[in-house]
Design a protein. Structure first.
Length: 219
């Protein structure tokens, strides 16, 4: 890991497992989708692996689905998610205070998530967090920008950010670290989400924070 750097002016935030605890809505949506294939998922915690990575990747990796089955499963997932699962969600305790403090210090905040951008915007607006963010970037509903790297590069381009040394990605999964580094920015791995220390360190996280408030150590 790197020595602590307090020179970041732009913070990219993952959504699921970083800004909000979306475990109930996501796992309920996965359970709903798997039932369509005759699969009964009884251990909800095993489905936490679906939180964060692109859904196509997760259905292929954890269920052994073909590409076509993955597309079908994502469609079923969204049937439940768009009406119910999206609001089976909560902002992590202390997160709004951290966002408020970052804005008070003049920082630029951007959401960079593998969730479809319309859903991400709906969640941020629902929890009255849009006031803190300069932009919300996510994947396209049709599957475009399907990796975290593509989302981050899209956010950098759209927000006209050229000095990548000023940007810090904040996320809880290896995909956040890998996507950040592939895009040329540093990544702070957080432990209150769903990835865990080993996953983040093995992916090469530049820093680790154990708590929501720990994010402010990098300002």
């Amino acid at each position: 890991m790197k020595n602590k750097n307090n020179n970041y002016d732009i913070f990219f935030f993952d959504l699921d497992g970083t800004l909000t605890d979306s475990s109930l809505g996501i796992t309920n949506s996965v359970i709903y989708a798997l039932k369509k294939f005759g699969i009964e998922a009884t251990d909800r915690r095993r489905l936490y692996s679906f939180i964060g990575p692109p859904l196509m990747d997760s259905f292929e990796k954890f269920c052994g689905f073909t590409k076509e089955q993955c597309k079908e499963a994502v469609g079923y997932y969204r049937e439940y998610y768009r009406d119910r699962g999206i609001f089976e969600n909560r902002v992590y305790d202390g997160m709004e205070d951290v966002l408020k403090e970052l804005k008070r210090r003049g920082k630029t905040l951007v959401v960079a998530t593998s969730k479809p951008e319309p859903f991400a915007r709906q969640i941020i607006e629902h929890f009255h967090l849009m006031q803190y963010f300069d932009y919300v970037a996510g994947m396209e509903m049709g599957g475009g920008r399907g990796t975290k790297e593509e989302v981050i590069r899209y956010a950098l381009y759209t927000c006209k950010i050229t000095d990548k040394s000023r940007v810090l990605m904040v996320g809880d999964r290896e995909h956040d670290v890998i996507g950040a580094h592939a895009s040329g920015i540093d990544c702070l791995g957080i432990l209150y989400g769903f990835g865990g220390r080993d996953e983040l360190l093995n992916a090469g996280a530049d820093y680790i924070a154990e708590t929501v408030e720990g994010i402010l150590d990098y300002v």
